[in-house]
Design a protein around this ligand. Structure first.
Ligand code: NAP
Ligand code: GLV
Length: 310
């Protein structure tokens, strides 16, 4: 099957020394090589933030595999028409997202930051137990990652709301959908978790207007893309006391520039875009299965709808 398949690989920040032999091992008989200007035409491209030149030169591609879940960077490029873009579909990311978000929710809810500060000052002091019912968690985006996160948070008996573009039914989750139900979703949530793809419709979705809809003492967890949040609006909402704080894994500019207010804000926790990493062996296995399926004329999950942008 794979005897005559040619794969070209290019990544802005992954390690070709391990991806290329990994793809080769998963697709015996395929020819896998690093993309460089002028290389022969390939059947498939496996890429992360590829150069425009690759897409312009490779005119015979049957599909482009994105080695991440989010395709916002790819959508900014001029894509060859009619060639499907296929993103990672979980590949070990949803469990990472679930543990990251549950950690952030529980850390806030159980006031672990406060206990850490008490420990530093040698203070033995209990805080009053909080009621879960007062901490409904709203998950923006109920896709591959958001649904897993919503179900994981619900396991801790928090009330959970979810918001998607199309109507959904998820056990244990109160589901909202579409722009018309966004305000109702926000008003029903105190902690909001962003797991939306970045598209023109979702850019800057967490802004002064929407943050004001959250219940007082609200908390923001952004694990999707930095441009979902209007930084100044988030800071103002925290500084005014309307929001209690935020845990942010993603930023408009990455690495987060030195001196940005998020670095030193006492109520903001940051991590370096690490909530769900691309896992090499799971991702290679998924891509290899999908190439085999495409070669066999089948359709595959994770095919991006260019009109929707995700
Ligand atoms: P997905 O399966 O495509 O799910 C996207 C969800 O967002 C779907 O439920 C979709 O609604 C909803 N949505 C999209 N546009 C919407 C809109 N305009 N209004 C309401 N809902 C909308 O994506 P995923 O695999 O869960 O990944 C989500 C994002 O996480 C990625 O795009 C990526 O940016 C981010 N991510 C971050 C990291 C990290 O390390 N920080 C790692 C992986 C992924 P429908 O269900 O109705 O289509
Ligand atoms: C990471 O941010 C991804 O989109 O996979």
């Amino acid at each position: 099957m794979t005897t005559s398949v040619r794969i070209t690989y290019s990544s802005a920040d992954q390690d070709e020394a391990s991806w290329i032999p990994g793809l080769q091992a998963a697709l015996p008989g395929a020819e896998v090589s690093l993309w460089q200007p002028g290389v022969p035409q390939a059947d498939y491209a496996v890429v992360w933030k590829p150069p425009q030149q690759l897409l312009d030169e490779q005119r015979g591609l049957k599909a482009i595999f994105n080695t991440g879940a989010g395709v916002d960077a790819m959508m900014k490029l001029r894509l060859p028409s009619g060639v499907p873009v296929i993103r990672l579909d979980d590949a070990g990311m949803s469990v990472q997202m679930a543990e990251y978000v549950c950690h952030a929710v529980i850390r806030h809810f159980r006031e672990f930051d406060g206990y850490e500060a008490d420990m530093a000052s040698g203070k033995w002091s209990f805080r009053k137990p909080r009621s879960r019912i007062d901490y409904p968690v709203g998950v923006l985006g109920l896709g591959v990652l958001g649904e897993r996160v919503a179900k994981a948070v619900a396991q801790f008996d928090f009330p959970v709301n979810g918001w998607s573009r199309s109507p959904k039914t998820v056990e244990g989750v109160q589901c909202f959908h579409g722009a018309a139900q966004l305000d109702a979703f926000l008003a029903a949530s105190r902690i909001v978790v962003c797991l939306l793809p970045l598209t023109p419709e979702t850019d800057s979705i967490l802004n002064a207007r929407t943050l004001a809809q959250l219940r007082p003492g609200g908390y923001v967890i952004n694990v999707a893309r930095g441009a979902h949040v209007v930084d100044a609006d988030l800071l103002a909402a925290i500084d005014s006391g309307h929001l209690a704080g935020a845990t942010l894994d993603v930023f408009r500019v990455e690495p987060l520039p030195k001196g940005h207010a998020f670095w030193s804000h006492p109520h903001i926790t940051i991590t370096p875009h690490t909530s769900a990493r691309t896992l090499r062996s799971e991702s290679i296995a998924q891509i290899a299965r999908k190439i085999a399926a495409l070669q066999g004329g089948q359709t595959v999950a994770g095919t991006v709808d260019a009109a929707r942008g995700y």
